[in-house]
Design a protein around this ligand. Structure first.
Ligand code: ADP
Ligand code: MG
Length: 194
């Protein structure tokens, strides 16, 4: 695991928290950022403007924990906003474009600990946006899992209950459910008439 809250002498690093919807990514991000604050570190937290499901000023988990954040339109803005900071937290990183990868690496190179949470796969099971490149360039990757709503086993897919629609299609348990591999395959075989 990463050296939590250990000040780095020369360079920072990147931690990625990934998984399906309801897997506890936001909870884990908030936990790490709160601990950094307890250690008196300067923490800045961001999320993309596309995600305003619960709040425009907070990152909110499905467990109702929350932490204030700044909403940004594009990854580029993080370059300007993080002059005096020890730790940068980013949620819903899958909604940023590929620029987020360069930005996170630049911040880490400047000595900042960057903690990034995001969906690793879309509802079709495809790697989501910049997440693969973030995971490849991060020092630490934590994959968290949800509970399959059908079997109670580990879930790592976010199944969209209705077929079709764009890749970015905001929703919650109204529209998505966490399912295991076997259930995901069975549901899709049914939906596709297979
Ligand atoms: P994520 O950011 O990965 O979507 P959150 O951190 O917001 O996840 O929410 C995690 C919380 O979601 C859990 O602590 C639990 O209370 C709730 N939850 C709802 N459905 C599920 C599920 N199918 N599996 C696991 N947790 C779930
Ligand atoms: Mg989340």
């Amino acid at each position: 695991m990463f050296l939590e809250n250990t000040p780095s002498p020369d360079a920072g690093w990147i931690e990625v928290i990934c998984g399906s919807m309801f897997s506890g990514k936001t909870e884990e991000l908030i936990r790490r950022l709160n601990r950094a604050r307890i250690a008196n570190q300067r923490v800045e937290i961001f999320k993309p403007s596309v995600d305003v499901r619960y709040s425009e000023e907070h990152i909110v988990s499905h467990n109702q924990t929350s932490i204030p954040c700044t909403v940004v339109e594009a990854a580029e803005q993080l370059r300007l906003l993080t002059a005096e900071v020890d730790v940068v937290g980013i949620d819903e990183a899958q909604f940023f474009d590929d620029e987020i990868v360069a930005v996170c690496n630049e911040l880490a190179n400047r000595g900042i600990r960057v903690v990034v949470a995001g969906l690793d796969m879309d509802s079709e099971g495809r790697p989501f946006g910049p997440m693969p490149n973030l995971m490849a360039t991060a020092e630490y990757v934590t994959k968290v899992h949800a509970v399959c709503v059908k079997t109670g086993r580990l879930a790592h897919y976010s199944h969209r209950k209705e077929l079709g629609g764009p890749q970015v299609f905001l929703g919650e348990s109204d529209r998505y459910e966490a399912v295991s591999r076997g259930v995901f395959n069975a549901l899709r075989a049914n939906e596709l008439g297979g």
